[in-house]
Design a protein around this ligand. Structure first.
Ligand code: SF4
Ligand SMILES: [Zn+2]
Ligand SMILES: [Zn+2]
Length: 301
């Protein structure tokens, strides 16, 4: 852990007792000042990258985990000043014994913030649950799941100006390293659809955990049964060990990734997918290819 809860020290910004120390900066903050710092940092990321404009309809992809519910909490606070509206979109993958609790938490939390929440499931959209789909393909659980979720979220977010996902800095670095190690340089450029934004991409995962804790945000702690199957777990462990020994390494990696992505050709300049119009490296995008392989492309979308 690169930060931690501490006791009997004063907050660097007010008279309260400090509750958290950022090892990478040496800063000690009370819960309230810590929360403010997260909201401010997110607001800065949003404005620096022009992620949201006034009047936008922002659909937040909510899973019921700490990151997405914290993002909803932060965007809800910023939306008044920013002049945009926030709604939640939630997808049930159909993972037995895992998703139900998260969906209940997501629904309940949206209600408490008075935020509209729309839901769909793989079953409803594709006529198959994740478990059934995995039995029909050689693809890794998370890559198949990610593709199905992406399309399901786009479906729910129809009409929205932007789709916000709660990927944090750790996720961002892990994805970069996975693409790097798989030789997938096309994915290293800034190739995400301009409609998709990641307002938490400059926030450490450990800080989001503390933000959720300080703000009493309920979230599912049970991990997905497939979570350990991919390369991501090994990379996460490696990065956390490095950060433990040399605090600030994730910030350094983030900055490098920003610079490297600028040099890699932008996928937006590549031809759009013949089926859905998203940027594609060869005729049909990876989402449409996966749907074809699963034989679910002709479902209700
Ligand atoms: S861990 Fe993988 S399989 Fe589980 S919900 Fe996330 S993407 Fe889907
Ligand atoms: Zn303080
Ligand atoms: Zn496509």
């Amino acid at each position: 852990m690169e930060g931690g809860r501490i006791h009997s020290m004063k907050c660097d910004r007010c008279e309260n007792a400090a509750a958290y120390t950022r090892r990478y900066s040496g800063e000690s903050l009370c819960g309230e000042c810590f929360s403010i710092s997260i909201v401010r940092k997110t607001a800065k990321t949003i404005s620096r990258h022009n992620m949201i404009r006034r009047g936008d309809d922002v659909a937040v992809a909510v899973s019921g985990g700490k990151d997405s519910l914290s993002l909803l909490h932060v965007l809800h606070q910023l939306s008044g000043r920013g002049g945009y509206s926030v709604r939640a979109v939630t997808v049930d993958e159909g993972i037995p014994g895992y998703r139900d609790e998260a969906l209940d938490i997501a629904r309940g939390y949206c209600r408490s913030l008075d935020i509209e929440c729309s839901m769909t499931s793989y079953e409803e959209l594709y006529g198959t649950t994740l478990e059934e789909a995995l039995g029909r393909t050689e693809g890794g659980s998370c890559s198949v799941c990610g593709v199905l979720r992406r399309r399901a979220i786009d479906h729910l977010a129809l009409g929205a100006d932007v789709v916000a996902t709660a990927h944090n800095m750790d996720d961002h670095i892990q994805t970069f390293l996975i693409n790097l190690m798989s030789g997938d340089t096309a994915k290293i450029g800034r190739n995400a659809s301009p409609r998709r934004i990641k307002p938490f991409r400059q926030i450490y995962e450990s800080e989001i955990v503390f933000y959720a804790f300080v703000n009493g945000i309920p979230f599912q702690t049970e991990p997905c049964p497939h979570a350990d199957e991919g390369m991501r777990t090994d990379i996460r462990r490696f990065l956390n060990e490095m950060e433990e020994r040399r605090s600030g390494i994730k910030n350094g990696m983030y900055r490098s990734i920003e610079r490297i992505s600028e040099c890699v050709p932008d996928a937006k300049t590549l031809a759009p997918c013949g089926r859905c119009g998203e940027p594609a490296t060869g005729g049909v995008c990876s989402v449409c290819r996966t749907l074809d392989a699963l034989n679910v492309a002709k479902m209700h979308i």
